[in-house]
Design a protein around this ligand. Structure first.
Ligand SMILES: [Mg+2]
Length: 294
């Protein structure tokens, strides 16, 4: 049996309570061993993303650090699993597809490093619906200025984009990657730098296998954001998300969300703006305040 460890580093009273919480979420038969600072799970046992959300809510106001493991050792060989498939890997063998848990939770981090998250379609470029071919004329100049403001303040910029068009077979990962290469270099030529991009290729109802499943990575679930924070060593408190749909509201306390009401039936409320000018100026204002959280 292959063992999979979920480490909880820097044991403290809080960690003990987290381990107890964690135990509730696994069938005791499946928790193979409970070490002083790690759970050892049997292969094929998953960390429930709903549990992760609970963990985050339980620790509201603290900055938890999650690492999403994208490789692991098997017989001394490092195996890298596909892509960013979320809370479980797809592991293609000759025989079958095996899924492995990939999340590693570390203790609270104390140095604040808030992040600017951007939805892509409708925020950085015009949303024509299932956009997958890059076009310079579709890029919003005003958002370039917001990105530059974040860069100037050394605030990492992460794009989180649902790309169900992959699940639906409308375009491929390769095409999305090419789009993002072109987008990044277009922005760079204008002095704006993107630190990281996360995509979610899933759609539970309308997707083709293997993407027809509920995923932590599909907004409004928080997987892409968790991975983004892990990737840029960011922290939750003070981070800002800009979007144009209700699904861009990610339910993690500490993450602020600004939405533009652009025809996607956004429920009115705080921080919903009618115009891009307003969205962008308020975002820059927020970025300038952001570092006060640290
Ligand atoms: Mg959008």
């Amino acid at each position: 049996m292959k063992e999979i460890n979920i480490f909880i580093e820097n044991q403290s009273e809080n960690t003990t309570s987290l381990i107890n919480q964690m135990k509730k979420h696994f069938n005791p038969k499946e928790v193979n061993k409970l070490g002083p600072n790690c759970l050892v799970l049997k292969e094929g046992v998953f960390v429930d993303w709903k549990y992760l959300l609970e963990l985050i809510q339980l620790n509201a106001g603290k900055n938890l650090k999650f690492n999403f493991l994208e490789s692991y050792l098997e017989n001394g060989i490092e195996l890298v699993r596909y892509i960013d498939s979320g809370i479980s890997y797809f592991f293609e063998t000759d025989a079958a597809e095996v899924e492995l848990p990939i999340v590693k939770y570390e203790q609270e981090i104390t140095k604040q490093n808030p992040v600017l998250f951007l939805d892509r379609d409708g925020i950085i470029n015009v949303d024509h619906g299932y956009v997958h071919i890059f076009s310079e004329i579709d890029i919003f100049d005003d958002m370039i200025e917001v990105i530059k403001a974040a860069n100037h303040l050394s605030i990492p910029v992460v794009i989180t984009t649902n790309q169900a068009g992959i699940a639906r077979g409308l375009y491929t990962h390769k095409e999305v990657d090419l789009f993002h290469r072109e987008l990044k270099s277009y922005l760079l030529e204008r002095g704006a730098h993107i630190d990281h991009i996360e995509i979610s290729p899933f759609h539970e109802k309308s997707g083709n296998p293997p993407w027809n499943r509920e995923s932590l990575l599909r907004k409004p679930n928080p997987g892409m954001h968790l991975k983004g924070w892990a990737r840029v060593q960011g922290t939750v408190a003070g981070s800002l998300m800009l979007g144009d749909k209700e699904s861009d509201r990610i339910s993690i306390s500490g993450l602020e969300t600004y939405l533009i009401d652009d025809g996607y039936k956004i429920e009115s409320g705080e921080n919903v703006f009618d115009s891009r000018t307003q969205l962008c100026s308020e975002s820059v204002r927020y970025l300038n305040k952001m570092l006060d959280f640290s």
